[in-house]
Design a protein around this ligand. Structure first.
Ligand SMILES: Nc1ncnc2c1ncn2[C@@H]1O[C@H](COP(=O)(O)OP(=O)(O)OC[C@H]2O[C@@H]([n+]3cccc(C(=O)O)c3)[C@H](O)[C@@H]2O)[C@@H](O)[C@H]1O
Ligand SMILES: Nc1ncnc2c1ncn2[C@@H]1O[C@H](COP(=O)(O)OP(=O)(O)OP(=O)(O)O)[C@@H](O)[C@H]1O
Ligand SMILES: NC(=O)CC[C@H](N)C(=O)O
Length: 552
């Protein structure tokens, strides 16, 4: 038996449904592995279909098309290393989430996922049949046990593989970014290594797919807990890992050790990569956004500039009679520091025309939120006109605190196809601005230095829809609001729990009411990158017409 095994890991970004493109990406990785003398070239979970394919796998024509591409890939990789990648298997009655080994011109083996994640953003019990745990597969000199993603979050699948002779655990994943998730993955995989006494390789995909941003961050662990390799986060990378067989079994020789960034950097990169990939994968190169001089649109402009380059970002200042001089200066300051275009389109004439148009109907009625929303809607109308005319996707700018309580105007500032900060509470918005002013990385297409003037971060937030308006006139201070919201949303705490934490009952009850009330707005809101454990959309699914309030 040879005592060396070379494994090429391809931490790549597939496109959901792009079977030809994904097959070409897999083939290119295989060529690289072949040139490097690999025994096996491996790609992540569901790579051929793209992850997550969601209900696409319920379409027999799609599963059949995947099977045809697999056959072609097997033929194309006849002479060289084995190629392993994920793709659906039609199954007897329902599809399976399968992982395939192609070798010598044919499909040599298949394992299918046993533990189907069915929480948060995952619905796999609805989509797939759960297969029995599989035994190991001999590839060249090594016997590999292959738990697929969620399979490795429990002991049994790895244990079954180990008991039937596996020598290395190889875990292909489609694991989306979530704050703190890398540590959780490492802890779980260390547990599998300790339980089985086998080395383990964890391979994750990278890149954005709708609301989910896959962070890569693949790694290899040796027995006795040693980290043998760490791949970078949110980057494509192909690496060759060398295993040597010794008295205690296989051991991975030291490979590349990429740094593990802190949460502030990972969050920011998730927003940039999520935005970049959403645009690229939906056919947009350019974006437009309303730049008010406030902190939310400033951060969105910075993320956009870092994602697609300042030359592809159009910022638009749309002043009204309530827009302050400092807002005009601050919007100009942000656009200048980022190097983006800034157009100025006053909305006063439009507001005047609409006010006159509605005057006969509103005769004798006092001005209220209707008139405030009109301004936001005119801005939305103008921004969508620019989007149509110039083919620029409109970015919407509501942070998670606003999205939670419905502090935004439907068909107004909620207009837009993508919201980069949808999962970022307001206090985190301030922190992200400060982080971006202090840090610069080579993956950012925007300039280094202070891109968001400190005054934009430090001034009291205001919607400027009426005289002297401040967000805190109608909402609790953001420190308080965010703590209550995180308790209600992420923590699923009761009103009494939050009162016990020191919050005023009346404030908590009001925030809870607004949170439930705003479900209809969220249903009509743009998607945005998931950063935390309960991003609005798939992680948290509430009825719209719902009258329960926690008043016990
Ligand atoms: N359950 C339901 N299902 C479907 N639709 C429902 C609905 N309930 C109301 N609606 C519809 O929604 C309308 C109310 O929503 P909408 O027209 O948006 O208006 P509304 O929520 O009343 O007002 C917008 C709020 O957002 C604040 N705002 C606006 C703009 C920017 C900012 C900021 O600083 O970021 C804040 C503004 O100060 C105000 O408090 C109703 O008139 C009705 O047409
Ligand atoms: N004068 C303006 N010019 C351009 N866009 C505007 C203007 N006012 C509001 N907007 C757009 O509407 C969004 C909602 O902004 P608003 O000022 O009402 O509150 P906000 O949530 O505090 O946002 P920001 O911090 O960006 O000001 C802004 O982020 C921006 O995209
Ligand atoms: N594809 C999967 O099975 C993902 C589920 C897994 N627990 C994760 O997010 O890492």
């Amino acid at each position: 038996m040879p005592d060396a095994f070379r494994l090429t890991l391809a931490q790549l970004d597939p496109r959901v449904g792009d079977l030809d493109g994904n097959a070409a990406r897999a083939l290119a990785a295989w060529e690289e592995g072949k040139a490097a003398g690999a025994d096996l070239v491996a790609l992540p979970e569901m790579f051929l279909a793209g992850y997550q394919p969601q209900d696409l796998v319920l379409k027999p024509a799609f599963v059949k098309a995947c099977a045809a591409r697999l056959e072609k890939l097997a033929e194309a990789t006849k002479d060289g290393p084995a190629l392993a990648l994920g793709a659906p298997f039609a199954g007897l009655e329902r599809p399976e989430n399968a992982y395939w080994i192609l070798q010598g011109g044919e499909i040599r083996a298949r394992v299918s996922k046993h533990h189907l994640p069915n929480y948060g953003v995952f619905d796999e019990k609805r989509l797939y049949h759960s297969a029995d745990p599989s035994g190991p597969i001999q590839i060249g000199p090594a016997r590999l046990g292959i738990p697929i993603c969620e399979d490795a979050w429990f002991p049994d699948v790895a244990e079954t593989a180990a008991e039937s002779g596996a020598e290395i655990l190889f875990v292909p994943n489609g694991s989306p970014y979530e704050r703190g998730k890398h540590d959780m993955r490492v802890n779980l995989m260390v547990a599998r290594v300790v339980e089985t006494g086998l080395p383990l390789v964890y391979l994750n995909r990278t890149g954005g797919q709708d609301d989910q941003v896959f962070d890569g961050g693949s790694f290899a662990l040796n027995v006795h807990g040693g980290l043998a390799a760490q791949l970078p986060f949110f980057e494509e990378r192909i690496v060759h890992l060398d295993f040597e067989r010794g008295n205690e079994g296989w051991r991975c020789a030291p490979g590349p050790l990429a740094p593990v960034p802190d949460t502030a950097e990972l969050d920011y990169k998730a927003m940039v990569v999520g935005t970049r990939d959403y645009l690229a994968k939906t056919g947009f190169r350019k974006v437009v956004l309303g730049l008010s001089g406030g902190v939310d649109s400033a951060l969105v402009a910075a993320i956009a500039a870092d994602a697609v380059g300042p030359e592809n970002v159009r910022c638009v200042m749309l002043p009204s009679r309530y827009t302050s001089g400092h807002s005009l200066e601050d919007a100009a300051g942000v656009a200048k520091a980022l190097g983006t275009r800034l157009d100025t389109v006053p909305i006063a004439p439009g507001v005047e025309t609409m006010t006159q148009t509605l005057a006969p109907l509103f005769d004798g009625m006092a001005a209220d939120v209707t008139e405030e929303n009109l301004q936001s809607r005119l801005r939305g109308l103008i921004l969508m006109a620019l989007s149509n005319k110039f083919g620029e996707l409109l970015l919407t700018t509501g942070n998670k605190s606003e999205v939670a309580v419905g502090y935004a105007t439907l068909y107004g500032d909620m207009n837009g196809g993508w919201n980069p900060i949808k999962d970022l509470y307001k206090m985190r918005v301030f922190a992200a601005c400060r982080w971006r002013n202090a840090e610069h990385r080579d993956w950012m297409k925007g300039p280094a230095g202070v891109v968001i003037p400190p005054r934009v971060i430090d001034k009291p937030p205001s919607a400027e829809l009426r005289e002297d308006q401040k967000d805190e006139d109608s909402l609790p201070p953001y420190e308080v609001l965010d703590d209550i919201l995180e308790g209600l949303v992420e923590g699923d705490l009761s009103v009494s729990d939050l009162v016990a934490k020191g919050h005023e009952r009346a404030v908590v009850e009001r925030v809870e009411h607004l949170l439930y009330l705003a479900e209809y707005k969220r249903f009509q809101s743009a998607p945005g990158p998931k950063l935390g454990p309960k991003a609005f959309w798939l992680d948290r699914r509430y009825p719209i017409a719902m009258s329960w309030r926690d008043r016990d």
